[in-house]
Design a protein around this ligand. Structure first.
Ligand SMILES: Nc1nc2c(c(=O)[nH]1)N[C@H]1C(S)=C(S)[C@@H](COP(=O)(O)O)O[C@H]1N2
Ligand SMILES: [Mo]
Length: 408
């Protein structure tokens, strides 16, 4: 019973999504003016509209997979480090809360538990307790899933379920200190999302509630601002838990409770979801949870569709180390046979941010496989191959992220 509810809900949504995509494609085929004029032209792929809560996104910069999954196009990642909010990816496990929750932001309340003086605090009160800013990579655990030949269920993201974002808020440790300190010996920090849960199902089967090691508190924020603006509803406003270095799902949007706990949450999304499950297996609490990110990079230009001309190009992309700073990036123009050091470009915004890298190279006519391979400050090198797992998490393979460019 607890098993069927969580799977049947997303599956229903998936079916609805593909049905509407088919309908849209059918409509384009029947009534498209281009088709009437040029009967031989193939039907354009159906482009799904942006959902209402994200209607302000730059439609040209994103791929709308569904009303709850929106990916940044690889070609849209610029070179100036921070990802503009209007092209950052979106991933919601539940319907987005009503916009009324951002109507009076300062009135938003969060319960803090597992401290000596547990208390509900308003956002207005939080703003008085401390202030810090961090720039960090926000990346979905399933970014790169689209490269798994096993075609795991879930969105087939390639590189665009990630961005580099500047967040401002109060350090969690300042909130804890203001509430008398931690209750001793609680090993987890557990955040709970503020969505209104669908009626008639076990709340634990759908609630977005995640636990991370209490050590993650040191750099965590309760944030109300991103990229210089109040956090939009789509990205978790009015208040979001930011756990730098941890995959997207651990960064709880519209957070309504922050608890220091003796055990990990028993919500399905923690106990069975987001686990590194062997291929063919089922998620369970004994398997590693998807938490800390590790070293990864990819090239954003040139891309196959760019139509690059023979001659000099600036090969560029992004690299990040998850919990560690980036030490260096190498680029290959021969599919990984030989490597050259790339330059790190632009400001270093701290160890949790990504670095832009560039390599000037001469590409003659022909087909070239361009790859990048990053090394973090601890000496960890981005691996050639992905770690196979049932749900397609944590893909850092440089080979999967390589691009094949043909110059005519
Ligand atoms: N409350 C809540 N927080 C959440 C989610 C959610 O569905 N509800 N999705 C998580 C997942 S899986 C990811 S990848 C990130 C996505 O953040 P974004 O939509 O701001 O890009 O938020 C995480 N935090
Ligand atoms: Mo995610």
């Amino acid at each position: 019973m607890q098993r069927t509810a969580p799977t049947s809900l997303p599956r229903r949504r998936l079916l609805a999504g593909s049905a509407s995509a088919l309908a849209a494609a059918g409509l384009a085929g029947l009534h498209g003016p281009a088709l009437a004029q040029a009967p031989a032209a193939p039907a354009a792929p159906a482009v799904k509209p942006l959902p209402g809560y994200a209607s302000w996104k730059n439609a040209d910069a994103v791929i709308v997979h569904s009303s709850t999954t929106i990916e940044t196009k690889r070609s849209a990642f610029g070179t100036s480090v921070v990802t503009p909010t209007n092209q950052l990816y979106v991933r919601n496990n539940l319907p987005t809360p009503a916009a009324t929750i951002v109507a009076d932001r300062d009135a938003w309340q969060i319960e803090v538990a597992g401290v000596k003086q547990p208390k509900a605090l308003s956002l207005r009160e939080l703003k008085a307790l401390g202030l810090e800013t961090v720039t960090m990579v926000l990346q979905c655990s399933g970014n790169g899933r689209g490269f798994f030949p096993s075609k795991p269920s879930g969105t087939a993201w390639t590189v665009g379920a990630a961005g580099c974002v500047t967040w401002s808020g109060v350090p969690v440790r300042d909130v804890v200190q203001a509430l008398g300190g931690l209750v001793d010996g609680l090993p987890y920090m557990t955040g709970t999302g503020g969505e209104v849960l669908p009626a008639g199902i076990d709340p634990k089967s759908v609630i977005v509630e995640r636990s991370v090691p209490v050590s993650a508190m040191q750099d965590a924020l309760l944030a109300w601002e991103m990229n210089g603006e109040p956090i939009p509803l789509a990205h978790g406003g009015p208040l979001r838990l930011i756990v730098p270095g941890y995959t997207g799902v651990n960064n709880i949007k519209y957070i309504k409770q922050l608890a220091f706990t003796a055990k990990e949450s028993d919500a399905h999304i923690m106990s069975h979801g987001y686990r590194i499950t062997p291929p063919g297996g089922k998620g369970d609490p004994s398997q590693p949870s998807v938490q800390e990110m590790s070293v990864k990079s990819w090239i954003n230009s040139p891309l196959p569709e760019d139509g690059a001309a023979a001659g000099t190009v600036q090969i560029h992309g992004v690299a990040f180390g998850g919990m560690n700073a980036i030490k260096g990036v190498e680029v290959s123009i021969d599919g990984g046979k030989t490597w050259r050091p790339a330059r790190l470009v632009g400001p270093d915004m701290g160890k949790y941010a990504w670095r832009q890298f560039a390599l000037q190279a001469t590409l003659p006519k022909g087909t070239h496989v361009l790859a990048s391979r990053a090394t973090d400050a601890q000496g960890n090198v981005q691996p050639e191959t992905r770690g196979e797992n049932q749900s397609g998490y944590n893909n850092t393979s440089w080979a999967d992220h390589a691009v094949t460019v043909t110059i005519a």
